[in-house]
Write a protein that binds this ligand. Sequence first.
Ligand code: 3HC
Length: 317
Amino acid sequence: MSLTIDRLEEEFQAKIDAGQNIEPKDWMPEKYRKTHIRQISQHAHSEIVGMLPEGNWITRAPSLRRKVALLAKVQDEAGHGLYLYSATETLGISRDELFEQLHSGKAKYSSIFNYPTLSWADIGAIGWLVDGAAIINQVMLTRTSYGPYARAMVRICKEESFHQRQGYEIMLTLCRGTQAQKDMAQDSLNRWWWPSLMMFGPRDAESTHTEQSMKWKIKRKTNDELRQQFIDITVPQAEFLGLKVPDEDLKWNEERGHYDFGEINWDEFWQVVKGNGPCNKERLDARRSAYENGAWVREAAMAYAEKQEQKRLAEVG
Ligand code: 3HC
């Protein structure tokens, strides 16, 4: 038996090394399946929880145009969550189990969504920085080795580009407005810059999963490589806005061809990941009550589906 497993693992790795996608019905090591359930479901949870900070501003958007764009973005995030939950279910876990893992606190979601949205500029900063960081990560994931995940990413990345653009346009409008509006944009950058860098995860040296994820081509780039790519793209955008990135150590390094940047507050990162961020409790409470208050919708949909099935069976006799 062990010979077969060794052989299966060899053949599996050979497929990965040849750049082939792994599909739901293919044999895969249990650890490969488990780490995908972990990562894809946490990605899905992030999309769903990520609707909360922005949803907070839909009724307070400064114009109908801004309200419509924000509504469309938040609705997209819900769809991203559904694609990703569906991709996770192909690995043999139910939606209800995934929700139980989120609501019980067992599953993680991105630390970034545990920060409050204090001004309208935050909606700009989230689109620009948070979706900007997500795009860097998700474009890389369009080439991840698990087929359903890679395909979900292709659709999601198309919508993320609109999210990032509308956020940057909000920041540009504020920075070309009154001094008070420009100050609001600067304050927002000050609060969202470092938490956005934390989205890429711990440093490679402290990452639990990166080494294996690179071998299995779940990741094509490491956390630090993606973080650096994000900084190199985003700093010139901040300069174009006329905003100052809140990092005294940020400096272009000609030799490296990248920006050198200051030390991330890893204590803050792990505190937020562990559930002690500014909004962790509020976010989980909101998700739990939405799930409880939505029970009647699920029951009605299941009852209707069952009735339809009975009708179909009766027709076919
Ligand atoms: N927030 C919360 N937990 C984090 C984290 C973060 N920013 N970064 C890392 N972690 C957790 C990991 O989940 C892991 O814990 P676990 O073993 O309990 O799952 C631990 O910290 C160690 O981190 P690793 O780097 O070893 O973990 P990964 O290899 O999974 O890398 C990741 C972390 C880069 C976030 C990777 O999971 C990933 O690429 N996930 C998919 C993308 C994603 O989830 N993005 C979240 C934002 S989605 C979004 O922004 C939506 C947009 O529309 C706004």
